[in-house]
Design a binder for this molecule. Structure first.
Ligand code: FES
Length: 114
């Protein structure tokens, strides 16, 4: 019996063997939460889905209150950089949760790289 036939028998969602990208939120080595990646959602929105709160203030990339550290994966940057980031911070992995749009699997450390 196939996995989908078993799922239908048990009234479950069909088995999907396609691995979905995940956005994970950590504090150092400790996993705080994770949620499936959704294109077009910011890091703050993903964090809320994962039960993790990224503090915000301006929500426009200006103040830096939502700064986190990109440990793994891709969160593209705008050119020019938003006022809340500079070249040094970016080199250290800084991203702004309020405007940062992950691109597939990413690991985020909730601590800013300072
Ligand atoms: S909340 Fe101000 S830069 Fe993100």
């Amino acid at each position: 019996m196939s996995a989908n036939a078993v799922a239908a028998t048990l009234d479950l969602e069909p088995f999907n063997d396609e691995v979905r990208p995940v956005v994970r939120f950590l504090r150092g080595p400790h996993l705080l939460g994770q949620t499936p990646f959704v294109a077009g959602k910011t890091l703050v929105e993903h964090a809320l889905e994962a039960g993790v709160e990224i503090p915000t203030n301006c929500s426009s990339g200006t103040c830096g209150a939502c700064m986190v550290t990109l440990m793994l994966g891709d969160v593209p940057l705008s050119d020019p950089l938003p006022p809340g980031l500079d070249d040094f911070l970016v080199e250290e992995g800084a991203r702004l949760g309020c405007i940062g749009l992950p691109n597939g699997d990413v690991d985020i450390d909730m601590r800013p790289p300072l």
